[in-house]
Design a protein around this ligand. Structure first.
Ligand code: ADP
Ligand code: MG
Length: 230
């Protein structure tokens, strides 16, 4: 199992008490499959992604990434694992204004200490994979919202992650562009064998996903069967 979240509980300080954001949550995501997490605002979706990304350590439970249990790792070990194994796509594509599309990707890999030769070629190959071969030299302000989100996704794939975590990637896009981004994520998941988790508050397009889980007040129910209808 490429990503395994087992019996995770996460609380945040809340006045004199604690707010339970994740309540004994378990989730298994095999390589090459995409699981959608659906739930209302404030239900714990982003908290679940943050835990799966090893950005937040849960109060209890286990988070296993590529066969390694992470909750007792030190900060340096976790950040190395994150760099090598986990691609994260946040809701807003936080691209650097002064860099071209291909440079956004090259910077990502450069930071993680890969040799710089071949980086540009790999970046161009990924931009091609997300349908932006002709936009490599454009800066963010020269791209549409959908195109920026595609750069964001390509950037997350630069280090060949085994786990891909995506938070509401279509919320800033219209229906058609949103559907195209979801199609792209399904294709990339298959081609690159990532264990992909896609958070959305939108029930549309769920029929394209391998599995769906619903989260309500921090409690997650995973449907083990392929999604038939939203
Ligand atoms: P969603 O992504 O589904 O909207 P979140 O995971 O962001 O939900 O939030 C779940 C709950 O945890 C909400 O009640 C939210 O207010 C609370 N919460 C989220 N992050 C924090 C934080 N850093 N500190 C305190 N409470 C938080
Ligand atoms: Mg959220």
């Amino acid at each position: 199992m490429t990503l395994l979240v087992h019996d995770v509980t996460l609380t945040y300080p809340d006045g004199d008490g604690r707010l339970t954001a994740l309540d004994h949550v378990s989730l298994e995501v095999p390589a090459g499959t995409l699981t959608a997490i659906v739930g209302p605002s404030g239900s714990g979706k982003s908290s679940l992604l943050a835990v799966a990304a090893t950005l937040v350590t849960p109060d209890s439970g286990a988070v296993v990434v590529a066969g390694r249990e992470t909750t007792r790792m030190g900060a340096a070990e976790k950040s190395a694992l994150r760099r090598e194994k986990i691609g994260i796509v946040f809701q807003q594509p936080n691209l650097l204004a002064s860099l071209t599309a291909v440079e956004q990707l090259q910077v990502m890999a450069h930071l993680s200490g890969r040799p710089s030769r071949q980086l540009r070629r790999r970046a161009l190959e990924l931009l091609d994979a997300v349908g932006l071969a002709d936009k490599a030299d454009k800066r963010p302000h020269q791209l549409s919202g959908g195109q920026r989100q595609r750069v964001n996704i390509a950037r997350a794939l630069m280090n060949e992650p085994t786990v891909l975590l995506v938070d509401e990637p279509t919320s800033a896009l219209d229906h058609e562009r949103g559907a195209a981004v979801l199609d792209l994520l399904v294709t990339l998941t298959r081609e690159r064998s990532t264990a992909t988790v896609l958070v959305t508050h939108d029930h549309a397009h769920l029929d394209r996903m391998d599995r769906a889980a619903t989260i309500t007040d921090g409690r997650l129910v995973q449907n083990p069967d392929p999604v038939v209808a939203a």
